[in-house]
Design a binder for this molecule. Structure first.
Ligand SMILES: NC(=O)C1=CN([C@@H]2O[C@H](COP(=O)(O)OP(=O)(O)OC[C@H]3O[C@@H](n4cnc5c(N)ncnc54)[C@H](OP(=O)(O)O)[C@@H]3O)[C@@H](O)[C@H]2O)C=CC1
Ligand SMILES: O=C(O)CCC(=O)C(=O)O
Ligand SMILES: [Mg+2]
Length: 590
């Protein structure tokens, strides 16, 4: 195809998609858009750094052939006021892999966001934003190293779908009339109206990608972040569809959090990813207090937009937060921040966001060695105190440099010697250590863990005591009483008899069947006072259902069963304690 302004480099080869895989030649053509505001400053700096990393990693065997394409103000200048030329969209699709700087969007009117338009037009449905800390980068957290999440934000639906009706327009009045008269909806006269479509298709393909990423990258969990208690049929549905995808398409490699705590007693089985969900507002707190509990996050569009900026602030701010917009194959990597117009053309801002978006791009292309070079030398430059203004104002004694001088410092390091293997090994060892620490906490402090991580109990398995204290039929009641006292419990489970029936012996049994009956505890066997068969409920019984059973049958405890085995015991006290700690609405079913 003949382009009006875009020149495809004749020296390189196009990246292609073959048999469902992205195939990258050694001399690929990669598209880029400079962007508005600070875009040109950071793009110029990053192109030099990426080229230096590729040259060093592959000794000249591989090289990117850059193809400039146009969106935003530069496009408007070239294409008679058109900010989003068709040929740019066409070429970005055609080149498969590209990277862009930020683009200006007017607020409250004017043209539609070019970023949103690009994502929707190319159907780049997953906005992937990894957020991790690099040693030496200033942070408001005490332990920023615990932040290491990858956000998968749905990129095409939700309130970004662009279905909005301005107050006072005939379209708005028509929609308002329909909603009020036919749907009996109530809202103030003249309200602006926006529609929030969230579909099964859109949600599932996003969550599918998030789970696949977790599998491919050895991640521990995928958390669905939603506000489904309020927006039940959009965000609540997103959560339900997310679980559905996990169950139906990844059933052999995923478990739910309920299973982790119930079936697996907090010990994560090798090769299984835990699927959990959190309501969006508490997630902001959780990411400040216990960020290491989270790994891959899958979110609807708006939650992901807010959350990605908030989490970025924990590890150095927008200047360093990278991102990508990815379809099944076509990918446009981009800085997460905006155009920061007050800093445009001042050679001042941090190129980190675009730089690490480029690192993601190199990884996507399979050029891991070049990506690693940048990731590994970056903390060394920061450690030397060479930083842009945003970090300099937070690091005492730092040397503030401009965007291009920061690039020079990085390139100098890249061109020096880097022991990639040793650095990779140290990183891997640290990951294993952290994983172990989390597991120990889950095993030893289940209730505290639940409180700390914002998990809300739903089922008896969430509340039950997991360490079963048992006696056998042939022990005496006196021995059983000693066991109860030593463990400070009011009942003990009795191991199965010859017929395979579990039993229980409680304080009340002792009062009624021993003391009142005038029997000797040392001369009476457990089997003579134990209650059989034991009243058990399945692990997935909802707390409210368990409460109903306790109330209706005047029980004070239930044992919890799974696969024919007793795995725990839940008492009136556990339920009351949980309601006291978590408030009512434990199981606001959504
Ligand atoms: N994907 C995209 O293209 C995006 C585009 N936008 C658009 O950008 C425009 C401006 O948006 P605005 O809300 O001001 O957000 P910006 O991200 O452009 O800037 C907000 C603040 O973030 C800090 N910041 C941003 N980038 C950097 C950087 N590279 N290095 C250091 N600090 C940085 C600066 O903080 P300080 O003042 O403290 O130094 C800056 O003032 C709008 O038109 C908006 O629509 C916004 C987000 C994404
Ligand atoms: O399109 C815009 O101007 C804003 C986009 C944005 O905030 C984002 O991509 O995170
Ligand atoms: Mg944003």
């Amino acid at each position: 195809m003949e382009y009006r302004h875009i020149k495809i480099p004749t020296t390189g080869e196009k990246i292609t998609i073959q048999n469902g895989k992205v195939v990258v030649p050694d001399q690929p053509i990669v598209g880029y858009v400079e962007g508005d505001g600070i875009g040109p400053d950071i793009t110029k700096a990053c192109l030099r750094i990426w080229d230096a990393a590729v040259a060093k990693a592959y000794g000249g065997k591989r090289k990117i052939h850059w193809c400039e394409t146009y969106l935003g103000e530069k496009a408007a200048g070239l294409y008679d006021g058109n900010y989003c030329p068709d040929e740019t969209l066409k070429v970005l699709q055609d080149l498969v892999v590209s990277i862009k700087g930020p683009l200006t969007t007017p607020v409250g009117g004017g043209f539609r966001s070019l970023n949103v338009a690009l994502r929707q037009d190319l159907d780049l449905y997953a906005c992937v934003r990894p957020v991790r800390h690099y040693a030496g980068v200033p942070s408001p957290l005490k332990t920023p190293g615990k932040v290491d999440v990858v956000i998968f934000r749905e990129n095409t639906e939700d309130v970004y779908a662009g279905i909005e009706y301005k107050s006072g327009t005939p379209e708005n009045e028509k929609v308002a009339k329909f909603l009020k008269e036919e749907m009996k909806a109530k809202f103030f006269e003249g309200a602006g109206i926006g529609i929030k479509p969230i579909s099964s298709f859109g949600s599932k393909r996003l969550v599918r990608k998030a789970i696949q990423y977790a599998i491919d990258n050895g991640r521990e969990s995928v958390t669905l972040v939603h506000k489904g208690n309020i927006m039940k049929f959009t965000e609540g549905a997103f959560r339900n569809w997310g679980y559905e995808v996990a169950r139906e398409e990844f059933g052999n490699v995923t478990i739910t959090e309920e299973q982790l705590y119930g079936e697996y007693k907090g010990k994560q089985p090798e090769g299984k990813i835990v699927i959990k969900d959190r309501i969006a507002d508490i997630m902001f707190q959780m990411m400040l207090l216990r960020p290491d509990e989270f790994d891959v996050l899958a979110t609807p569009n708006l939650n992901g937009d807010y959350l990605s900026d908030a989490i970025a602030a924990e590890v150095g701010g927008m200047g360093i937060a990278p991102g990508a917009n990815i379809a099944d194959h076509v990918a446009v990597f981009e800085a997460t921040h905006g155009t920061a117009p007050k800093y445009a053309n001042l050679n001042k801002v941090n190129p980190g966001s675009l730089l690490f978006s480029g690192v993601m791009m190199l990884e996507y292309m399979g050029w891991q060695e070049a990506a690693d070079l940048i990731t590994l030398v970056y903390p060394e430059v920061i450690g030397d105190g060479i930083v842009t203004y945003d970090f300099a104002r937070q690091i005492e004694g730092a040397t503030e440099v401009g965007t291009s001088q920061f690039a020079d410092a990085l390139i100098e390091r890249i061109q020096g010697g880097v022991d990639l293997e040793a650095k990779r090994k140290a990183q891997a060892e640290q990951l294993v250590k952290e994983r172990k620490q989390r597991e120990i906490r889950r095993l030893l402090q289940p209730m505290e863990e639940m409180l700390d991580t914002g998990r809300v109990p739903h089922t008896v398995a969430d509340l039950m005591t997991r360490t079963l204290i048992t006696v056998t039929d042939n022990e005496t009641v006196e021995e059983a009483m000693h066991v109860m006292t030593e463990n400070d419990v009011s009942s003990v489970v009795v191991e199965p008899n010859a017929a395979g029936e579990w039993g229980i012996i409680t304080r009340r049994d002792i009062i009624a069947k021993i003391v009142r009956a005038g029997k000797s505890p040392s001369a009476t066997k457990v089997k003579d006072v134990a209650t059989r068969p034991l009243k058990s409920v399945p692990a997935e019984t909802l707390i409210q259902e368990a409460a109903a059973m306790l109330a209706d049958h005047n029980f004070s405890r239930l044992t919890v069963e799974q696969g024919g085995k007793i795995i725990g015991i839940v008492t009136e006290t556990d339920i009351v304690k949980a309601v006291e700690k978590f408030g009512w609405g434990l199981d606001q079913a959504i």
